[in-house]
Design a protein around this ligand. Structure first.
Ligand code: SF4
Length: 333
C-alpha cells in the first residue's frame, strides 16, 4: 500500500519529481492517485487529447475553452492539469490563488512555439509605425506572453463570435494558426492577416489516405478540426472544435461510420459519448496514428508523482497579469 502521509516527500527540495518508473501496475497507480487526490484536495482536469486512461480518472474532461471555464469554478485548492503547458498557464491565470500542477512541464505545443512573443511584438510595432489600425486576435494555443500582447484570445469554440463583433474599419492580425485563421476567414467573411504557424499533428493529415478511406467506406461521415489544412476541411462533412464534434456525432441516432481528422485520443471520448457509432482515425502522412507527442508526455506515473511531490507547479509570471485581463474578457463573458 502507498504511504499517504506528508513525510513521503524525499525529493520535495528538487525541482522535478522522479522520472517515469517502469513496471508499475496501472490499477495500483489508480489507487495511489485516488488517495493522493483526496490528500491534496485536488481537482484533475484532462484535455480530450489525453490518453483514455487519464481521461477516465479525471474530474473533468473538455476542450481548451471548457477546461478554462471549469478551472475558474473549481473549489479545491489544487488543480492538476493534464494537457499541455499553455493550457495549465491559462488555468493558473484564471486562478492566481490556486496551486496548478502539471504531470510534465515539457508538454509543450508546436503551434504555440511557432509564434514567439518578441517576433509578434516586432510585427505589431511595424504596423503601428505604418499607421495601421488593427486588433490582435490570438488562438488560445499561444504562450502567456503572446496572450499579453493580444486584444482577444479565442478558442475554436468562440472564435467566430468574437471575430464577428470586431469593428469593420479595423484590420485583424490572427496568430498563430494559419489553418484555423483560413477557416475563420471562410466562415466569417472577414479577411485577416494570418501568422504563419501550424499544429504539427493537424497539418500532416493525408488527403490521399482520407480519400482512400472514403472510397472504402462511401457512407462514412468525415469530421475535421479547423486546425486541419483546407484540403482536409474541403472533404469534410463537419468542421469544428472537439466539443462541437461531440455534439455533432451525438445528433445521429443510427449507427454510423465516422472518419475523424483530429488527434487520435479524441476517439476515446467520442466512443464514451456516442458508443453506437464506429470511429476511424484519418492517418497522417508521416505517422499512422496522429497522436500529439506533447500530450503523450503525460502518463499515469507522472500524474501520480506530481500529486505526491507537489511539483512541477506553474509559477506566476509578470506577463500573466495582462494576459489574465485579456482572457477574462474573451472567455468568461
Ligand atoms: Fe499543440 Fe497540436 Fe499538440 Fe494541440 S495537438 S497541443 S495544437 S501540437
Amino acid at each position: 500500500m502507498p504511504r499517504t502521509d506528508r513525510q513521503t516527500r524525499p525529493l520535495a527540495a528538487t525541482r522535478f519529481p522522479p522520472a517515469e518508473i517502469a513496471d508499475v501496475d496501472p490499477l495500483e497507480l489508480y489507487e495511489q492517485i485516488e488517495v493522493l487526490r483526496t490528500r491534496e484536495n485536488a481537482t484533475i482536469l484532462a484535455h480530450y487529447y489525453q490518453g483514455g486512461e487519464i481521461q477516465e480518472l479525471a474530474d473533468h474532461t473538455g476542450d481548451s475553452l471548457q477546461l478554462a471555464q471549469v478551472a475558474s469554478r473549481v473549489t479545491t485548492g489544487t488543480i492538476v492539469f493534464c494537457g499541455v503547458h499553455f493550457m495549465a498557464e491559462t488555468a493558473k491565470m484564471l486562478n492566481p490563488e490556486k496551486r496548478v500542477l502539471v504531470p510534465d512541464l515539457l508538454a509543450g505545443c508546436s503551434l504555440a512555439d511557432s509564434c514567439p512573443a518578441p517576433r509578434l511584438a516586432e510585427l505589431q510595432a511595424k504596423f503601428r509605425n505604418a499607421g495601421r489600425r488593427f486588433q490582435t486576435v490570438s488562438y488560445i494555443n499561444s504562450s502567456a506572453a503572446v496572450k499579453a500582447l493580444s486584444d482577444w484570445v479565442v478558442t475554436s469554440g468562440n472564435a467566430v463570435k468574437i471575430i464577428q463583433r470586431l469593428p469593420e474599419d479595423c484590420e485583424i492580425l490572427f496568430v498563430p494558426d494559419r489553418h484555423l485563421g483560413g477557416y475563420l476567414e471562410e466562415v466569417t467573411g472577414r479577411k485577416m492577416i494570418l501568422w504563419n504557424g501550424a499544429c504539427q499533428v493537424h497539418e500532416t493529415f493525408s488527403v490521399s489516405d482520407l480519400l482512400g478511406m472514403k472510397r472504402h467506406l462511401p457512407d462514412a461521415i468525415t469530421v475535421a478540426h479547423p486546425e486541419c489544412p483546407a484540403n482536409i476541411r474541403e472533404h469534410s462533412d463537419y468542421v469544428g472544435g472537439t466539443q462541437g464534434m461531440l455534439k455533432y456525432v451525438l445528433g445521429f441516432n443510427e449507427s454510423k461510420d465516422f472518419l475523424v481528422a483530429t488527434e487520435a485520443n479524441m476517439l476515446w471520448q467520442l466512443q464514451q459519448s456516442s458508443p453506437q457509432h464506429r470511429y476511424h482515425p484519418v492517418p497522417g502522412v508521416a505517422c499512422a496514428c496522429n497522436r500529439c507527442p506533447y500530450m503523450a508526455r503525460n502518463t499515469l506515473t507522472k500524474l501520480r508523482n506530481c500529486l505526491q511531490y507537489g511539483m512541477p507547479e506553474i509559477a506566476w509570471k509578470a506577463s500573466f497579469d495582462r494576459a489574465r485581463e485579456v482572457l477574462q474578457r474573451s472567455l468568461l463573458d
